[in-house]
Design a protein around this ligand. Structure first.
Ligand code: HEM
Length: 303
């Protein structure tokens, strides 16, 4: 046996006040690891619980789960950027490239929804899902706060009147996504929105406060824009803004149009939003990194 390894083991446990022999004897009895325990395959495969007997409903569930895992992979990378104030630029850029790979998978695979389910089955099993909607994906909303400033995520009615110093509660009252379920005249909220806010609004606000001034966009703006590495990072960030906020958004909207409006019936969505207007990228104008785009590119966002 390698003496250096034995010495390192001895050193590790002794420095923690432990007897190394206890741990070495424990190794004798340890079971071998196997794939199914490590990957938690049984748990993973037991998480699909359709609400109807339609054979295509599990596809809908699993594809949403795949999306949540990819959003978790994006979160995993972006948190390492925003939580590390001294990250090297090359590592920052590398992480955004990883994020782009995941966002690419999300956009390329959306055909699983658009072409991979039977139209009539979808339109029947979806009726048992109201008032739930992918709108209630919390990871989607937390990611926005890791990537950009809250004042850039407000609706177009107040966008020109707010800035980084605006009051957080005011910004939250005017987040663009409230338009999916808030009647701005009466203040009445749809169930979709009420349920989501009851569960997540406090932690979303706490996250917004933590990452104010240190989200990905702010971190980028503080770098020297003439540095070659920063130029590379800029390309990767533009790529992400476009893939996530335009390409994915349009693939999603086209899918909604196919199932809910291809025969001109304009069906109500499970979440009850005015989805044809709300889901369009040119209406939402969700742009994480506005400084990276020209005035013209911003005007034509999502068109
Ligand atoms: C047949 C497939 C799909 C259809 C027809 C569809 C339809 C819709 C509609 C109509 C909305 C607006 C809210 C509402 O009134 O319900 C919405 C929102 C949303 N959906 Fe989907 N969706 C589909 C698949 C997915 C998938 C696979 C995901 C991945 C998690 C997803 C994530 C979202 C998100 C994040 C929103 C909020 C978008 C935003 O605020 O910009 N959807 N969806």
């Amino acid at each position: 046996m390698d003496k250096d390894i034995l010495n390192a083991i001895e050193e590790k446990y002794k420095s923690a006040g432990q007897d190394p022999n206890t741990y070495l004897k424990g190794l004798l009895h340890n079971k071998y690891l196997n794939y199914w325990d490590y990957i938690e395959v049984d748990t993973l495969l037991s998480l699909q619980k359709p609400r109807t007997n339609f054979s295509d409903e599990p596809i809908f569930i699993m594809y949403h789960q795949v999306t949540e895992l990819l959003l978790k992979l994006i979160t995993h990378e972006v948190k390492q950027i925003v939580d590390n104030p001294s990250i090297e630029i090359s590592v920052f850029a590398n992480k955004i490239e990883r994020v782009n790979r995941y966002a690419g998978i999300l956009t390329q695979s959306f055909s699983v929804m658009r072409e991979g389910m039977d139209y009539d089955q979808y339109n029947q099993f979806r009726l048992s899902l109201a008032p739930a909607s992918g709108f209630q994906s919390a990871q989607f909303r937390f990611l926005e706060l890791y990537f950009t400033d809250v004042h850039l995520l407000v609706n177009s009615r107040v966008k020109n009147q707010v800035n980084a110093e605006s009051e957080m509660n005011y910004l939250f009252d005017n987040l663009y996504w409230k338009d999916a379920g808030l009647d701005h005249k009466t203040g009445k909220k749809s169930l979709l929105l009420q349920h989501f806010e009851d569960k997540y609004i406090d932690s979303l606000k706490a996250t917004a406060n933590i990452y104010k001034g240190k989200n990905v966009y702010q971190r980028y703006l503080k770098l020297n824009q003439n540095d070659d590495e920063v130029k590379k990072l800029k390309i990767a960030l533009r790529d992400f803004d476009n893939t996530y906020n335009v390409v994915w958004t349009l693939a999603h909207l086209k899918t909604a149009e196919y199932y809910l409006n291809s025969k001109g019936e304009n069906k109500a969505a499970t979440g009850g939003s005015e989805w044809q207007k709300y889901l369009h990228p040119s209406y939402q104008r969700r742009i994480f990194f506005p400084e990276l785009w020209t005035k013209e590119e911003i005007e034509n966002w999502g068109k």
